[in-house]
Write a protein that binds this ligand. Structure first.
Ligand code: OGA
Ligand code: MN
Length: 334
C-alpha cells in the first residue's frame, strides 16, 4: 500500500477483483504481526447479570482491543457464545425485517414479513432472499434526507437495546440509550461505500456495530477522505465501537471475505446442559424462549444456510441528547 494514497484509493484497492488485494496489511486483532497498530486492553468490570441471557460470554473472558492511530475506536473480539450468535442472526432474519420496521424492499413491494414470504412457497424464493440490503429499527434512518423525525419511527427491539446497554456499561458509558439501528445484509459481492454517520443529534454517544456471519474488511480513516484508512478484519461476533474522535470518521466496507470459522454452526452441547439454569434468569426470557428452537438443527438450518453466504451487521445509535425525549423539542428550543 502506498503511503500517499487516500481513502478512495485504498477502497478501490481492496474492492478490486483483478488483481486480488493482498490481505497482508489488514489488521487482525488476534495476529501478533499487528502488535504495532493494535493493543489489547483489559477492563476489570464486574459481570453484568444479563450477559448470559443476551448470548454473551462473561466479561472476564472478553478480549478488547484499541487502535493506536484511531483514538476512540475499540474492537471486542467475539464475546458471544455460539448459541448467542444463532440468537442474533435469527433475530436479524426472522424478526427485524418485519413490519412496522422498514426495509429497502418497501420501495419495490410491500411485504409484511420478508422472511416468511421467502419461505412461504414450496421452493424458497432465492432472489427475494438476496434482495434484502437493510432494515431500520427505532428512529428510521432516512436514506435521502439523512434526517430523523419523530413521526418516522417504530418501537426499538428491547433485547437489542439491552445488548447495547450491557456493552456500553462494560465500556463505562452509563448514559447510552439505543434509539436507532440499521441492520445491513451483505452478500459475497456487496460493498458499503465511504461515509460518516452524522445524522444523530447526539454525536457524543458512541456507535455500536455488531457483525455476524461472513467476514469483512472494514476501512476507517479520518474526518475527511484525504486520510489513508486502516483496514481491519471484522469477523462473526465482533463488536466495533466508534466513540469520541472515531465517531465521525470516514469508514467503509470494500470487501466481504469467506469466514475462517463458522461458530454459528459449531457444537452447542455444553450449552444444552445449562438450559435449566437459564429459566431462572428473569432478563433472559426471550433468549430462553428461543433457545430450543435455535438448538434444533431442522429449525436452524435455513438461517445457517443464509449466513454461510452472507454477512449481517447491526449498527446501533443513540439519536437524542441525554435529557431529550423527542426531536421536536430540540427544534423548539433552538
Ligand atoms: C453503517 C456501517 C459498517 C459495517 O451501517 O453505517 O458503517 O460493518 N456499517 O457493515
Ligand atoms: Mn456507518
Amino acid at each position: 500500500m502506498k503511503e500517499d494514497e487516500n481513502f478512495m484509493g485504498i477502497f478501490k484497492y481492496f474492492k478490486s477483483k483483478k488483481p486480488k488485494p493482498s490481505l497482508e496489511n489488514v489488521v487482525s486483532v488476534e495476529n501478533n504481526r499487528h502488535n504495532d497498530k493494535v493493543i489489547r486492553c483489559t477492563l476489570n468490570q464486574e459481570n453484568d447479570a444479563r450477559t448470559e441471557g443476551l448470548g454473551l460470554d462473561k466479561f472476564e473472558n472478553w478480549q478488547m482491543y484499541y487502535f493506536k492511530s484511531h483514538p476512540g475506536l475499540y474492537l471486542i473480539r467475539n464475546p458471544f457464545t455460539n448459541l448467542g450468535q444463532r440468537y442474533w442472526i435469527r433475530k436479524c432474519l426472522e424478526e427485524y425485517p418485519r413490519k412496522p420496521n422498514k426495509t429497502n424492499i418497501d420501495f419495490e413491494v410491500y411485504l409484511e414479513d420478508w422472511w416468511e414470504t421467502c419461505y412461504s412457497n414450496e421452493v424458497y424464493d432465492q432472489s427475494l432472499l438476496q434482495k434484502l440490503r437493510w432494515t431500520t429499527l427505532g428512529y428510521h434512518h432516512n436514506w435521502d434526507t439523512k434526517v430523523y423525525t419523530d413521526e418516522n419511527q417504530s418501537p426499538f427491539p428491547p433485547e437489542l437495546a439491552e445488548l447495547a446497554d450491557v456493552v456500553a456499561l462494560y465500556l463505562g458509558c452509563t448514559t447510552f440509550k439505543a434509539q436507532a439501528a440499521i441492520v445491513n445484509y451483505y452478500y459475497m459481492k456487496s460493498t458499503l461505500s465511504a461515509h460518516t454517520d452524522h445524522s444523530e443529534i447526539n454525536l457524543e454517544a458512541p456507535l455500536f456495530s455488531f457483525s455476524f456471519g461472513q467476514s469483512a474488511i472494514f476501512l476507517i480513516g479520518g474526518l475527511d477522505k484525504s486520510v489513508a484508512p486502516t483496514a481491519i478484519l471484522l469477523q462473526s461476533g465482533d463488536i466495533l465501537v466508534m466513540s469520541k474522535e472515531a465517531r465521525l470518521c470516514y469508514h467503509a466496507v470494500p470487501k466481504i471475505l469467506p469466514a475462517s470459522s463458522t461458530p454459528w454452526n459449531e457444537n452447542l452441547n455444553e450449552v444444552t446442559e445449562k438450559i435449566s439454569l437459564y429459566k431462572y434468569i428473569s432478563q433472559s426470557v426471550d433468549f430462553h424462549k428461543n433457545m430450543n428452537r435455535n438448538i434444533n438443527c431442522n429449525e436452524w438450518s435455513k438461517f445457517g444456510n443464509y449466513v454461510d453466504k452472507s454477512r449481517i451487521n447491526i449498527n446501533v445509535r443513540q439519536v437524542l441528547k441525554e435529557n431529550q425525549n423527542r426531536l421536536q423539542c430540540d427544534v423548539l428550543l433552538s
